[in-house]
Design a protein around this ligand. Structure first.
Ligand code: ATP
Length: 745
């Protein structure tokens, strides 16, 4: 529409209105982008070419399902608001907060390791922008002479001007193209850095787990993928707009003032009035854009869940209810989009009118001078062009209002995420209360001797784990275990039993440092100094390291009931997680890595100082034989890639998890019903294998046969809130003459 206007008007050759800069502008209706991108490259404002046409908002999100507000209310950290409530809060969110958030998100890159390169490139982009503005001014004068020659019917002069124009195109185009290219590469560089920076903080200290399990914010993946991309592209384009507008204003003000000073007054009144009206008409767009982001991500996540749980849904024949749920999510996105379109339409009524009027307004003002012979015909074109330039500079808000509102939503989403990541990676983790379970890692020599108790003679043994006065609570502060004290020595395998919901898995979560709600102390005695994580390593060589998360100690493993199957080859499954990065190198072309030149170094997330040597292919095959899984090699090679959680049965996946375990031989392993899908013979075989490998294990399980492979049983019963009695009991499996539990269960 605008394009037609621009082209239809003979005077508007070098005076296109401001096109849209924002790469994500109206992701929900791309035609807007196309429309704005149709301008001549000689419109003075850079157009963002790469991101605009991309179908944005491909959400492959891992959307936490928002659950009870009760858990959220029990927390002491300032949780970010629910996005639905955000709507009201955004109303009151002032510009200052937005600018602060923008600065907090944008600043780190420009002070990072890459700052020198980045700043040089930014200077280059600004220089090219300056050059393109100069070229636009040149075209403004060329346009005047061109139309003068035409009006005077001076053919010789006309041909000359035509040639000038052609030469101007040939010389000018490279500047416009290079400016866009330089800006886009800088934006890509910035995005690469930001993506690594956010991913590092997201994965550090198990922040991803806390965000997910506590439903802290929606769709973190969307924020990392889409919002960061929008942010870098738009922030860069917008700073260029501002810069460009300032230069433009200076260059064209002279021209316009030289032609007719009253035009200035008209221009000022027009642009100020226009800005005020568009702010009024578009005031709801920020919130609508914010919600649109969330709703589309929710819808996409619904589809992802169907893919992930295809078999279960098919078994249940749950298509109908899935359809309902999906439609519900889509409807929600659709309704919001409808609102968004209505608001946009209202704004467009105004902005389009505003743009149309520009075509005739300056002509109307200067025409009397032309009629009285004071100015030539070409000057009319020149004044229209200069008027448009300056008005464009003054009317940034009018032209970009929808884009600015969408950008504000992105800033809010990223600012919110950034705050959460700061809390998660800071000294205080995303914990709920001031009370926390304390985990300590101690380094001991192999000959370390602990006295079992004061009265008996010292017993020569190696303690692996000591639990003192542990009171474990759920995040919503319900007590699960009261005042537990327990010591686990090497090879003193422990079986945890208790009714469903009594807190068995939660106890393992506490041991793994994933949950720290409650009180008490957990101490790990690490045999090998090298296995203490570098991140938390104490300066004091004496030994003690305080930390929160067990998986930093790679010598301790956790095997859930449904093993985690990584995306990748069979080899990668086996080498996960210790040699996961080596496995990628083995099975992928390393040259691929160079296609991300700006990516910062992979962050140190606290792996072991030194990895054990990577197992050979023969060792991998041997370990598959050990877990009785070698027959799958007839179907798959070690390097075949599949959706492993679909092609392997649960029992096979559990055996694969044991193969991982045997390869990395940790000191201690936590097994959460990790043989539940196996027959008793296979279960016995696997327990014998890990026992023979010298691994100490703590298992959760309901089967009676499990007692044969354990030395002690920890029985947990549900907490009785009416009394303060202990709800646990430790007994030896040898004492188990009958099945009658000694504890009231
Ligand atoms: N994120 C959470 N927030 C609040 N409560 C939770 C959370 N996760 C689990 N719970 C609650 O903690 C209790 C203990 O759960 P847990 O998974 O430890 O039980 P369990 O003994 O392992 O049960 P099962 O034998 O059925 O696996 C349950 O009542 C559960 O509802």
């Amino acid at each position: 529409m605008i394009l037609q206007t621009q082209q239809a008007h003979p005077l508007s050759f070098a005076s296109a209105c401001k096109p849209n800069f924002f790469p994500f502008y109206h992701h929900h209706h791309l035609h807007f982008n196309v429309r704005f991108r149709a301008f001549s490259p000689f419109s003075e404002v850079p157009i963002f070419p790469t991101c605009t046409s991309k179908a944005r908002r491909r959400r492959n999100s891992n959307n936490p399902i928002r659950c009870s507000s009760s858990s959220a209310s029990a927390t002491s950290i300032p949780l970010p608001p629910d996005p639905d409530k955000q709507q009201q809060q955004n109303e009151s969110q002032d510009l200052q907060t937005l600018l602060k958030r923008f600065w907090k998100v944008a600043a780190p890159y420009w002070a990072s390791d890459d700052k020198v390169q980045a700043r040089i490139q930014l200077a280059g982009v600004f220089a090219l922008t300056l050059a393109t503005t100069g070229i636009s001014v040149g075209f403004n004068f060329l346009g005047r002479d061109f139309y003068n020659a035409l009006a005077n019917k001076d053919q010789e002069q006309f041909t000359k001007q035509l040639l000038y124009y052609l030469a101007g195109f040939a010389g000018g185009i490279p500047f416009f193209v290079l400016r866009d290219y330089a800006r886009d590469t800088l934006s890509l560089r910035w995005r690469s850095w930001m993506t690594s920076y956010y991913m590092e903080r997201y994965l550090k200290n198990q922040t991803f787990y806390r965000i997910q399990s506590q439903s802290i914010i929606d769709n973190p993946d969307q924020r990392i993928v889409d919002d960061l991309s929008s942010f870098t592209g738009t922030a860069l384009s917008f700073s260029l707009i501002l810069f460009n507008s300032a230069v433009d204003l200076i260059s064209f003000s002279n021209i316009l003032y030289g032609i007719y000073p009253p035009l200035f007054i008209v221009l000022l009144a027009y642009s100020l009035g226009g800005t005020a009206i568009s702010v009024f008409l578009g005031r709801g767009l920020v919130n609508l854009n914010f919600l649109q982001e969330k709703k589309e991500a929710d819808f996409r996540y619904g589809l992802v869940r169907i893919r992930e749980n295809a078999e279960s849904i098919a078994f249940y024949s749950g298509e109908k209810s899935e359809m309902q749920l999906l439609l519900q999510r889509f409807r929600s996105a659709f309704e919001n989009l409808t609102q968004l379109l209505i608001s946009s339409r209202n704004l467009e009524f105004f902005t389009n009118g505003y743009r149309y009027l520009i075509q005739i307004l300056p002509v109307a003002v200067v025409a009397p001078m032309y009629f009285s012979g004071k100015i030539e015909f070409g000057v009319i074109n020149q004044s229209v062009s200069a008027f448009n330039h300056i008005l464009g500079d003054f009317s940034l808000i009018v032209y970009q209002f929808q884009a600015i509102s969408a950008f504000s939503a992105v800033i809010n989403r990223l600012g919110e995420f950034d705050d959460i990541l700061d809390t998660g990676s800071g000294s205080k983790s995303l914990s709920y209360t001031s009370e926390e379970i304390c985990i300590t890692y101690k380094n001991v020599e192999s000959s370390f001797v602990l006295e079992s108790n004061g009265s008996t003679p010292p017993e020569k043994c190696e303690t692996l784990l000591e639990i003192e006065n542990l009171t474990l609570k759920t995040p919503s502060e319900a007590t699960l275990i009261r005042n537990l004290s327990l010591r686990i020595k090497e090879k003193e395998h422990l079986l945890i039993m208790g009714p469903s919901g009594s807190g068995k898995t939660s106890f393992l979560r506490a041991l793994a440092g994933l949950w720290n709600t409650g009180t008490g102390k957990i101490t790990y005695y690490m045999k090998d100094k090298e296995n203490i994580p570098t991140v938390n390593k104490a300066q004091d060589p004496q030994e003690e390291v305080h930390g929160k998360s067990l998986n930093k100690i790679s010598r301790t493993f956790f095997l859930p009931q449904r093993p985690y199957m990584v995306l990748g080859s069979l080899r990668q499954q086996l080498l996960y997680p210790i040699w996961a990065d080596n496995a990628v190198l083995v099975s992928e072309n390393t040259e691929d890595k160079t296609t991300l030149p700006f990516l910062m170094k992979p962050p140190n997330l606290g792996t072991m100082n030194e990895k054990p040597e990577m197992p050979t292919t023969d060792e991998l095959i041997k370990v598959l034989e050990d877990v009785r899984l070698s027959y799958i090699l007839a179907r798959f090679s070690l390097d075949s890639t599949c959706e492993w959680s679909s092609v392997l049965s649960l029992g096979e996946q559990q055996r694969l998890a044991f193969a991982r375990l045997l390869l990395s031989t940790p000191q201690l392993v936590l097994l959460d019903e990790s043989t539940s899908a196996l027959d008793e013979a296979n279960e016995a075989h696997l327990y014998q294998k890990i026992e023979a490998a010298g691994i100490t294990y703590i298992s959760i399980g309901h089967r009676r046969t499990l007692r044969d492979y354990h030395k002690k049983i920890l029985r947990i019963s549900p907490v009785d809130s009416n009394n303060n009695q202990l709800n646990w009991l430790v007994e030896s499996t040898r004492d188990q003459s009958s099945d009658i539990p000694k504890l009231r269960l």
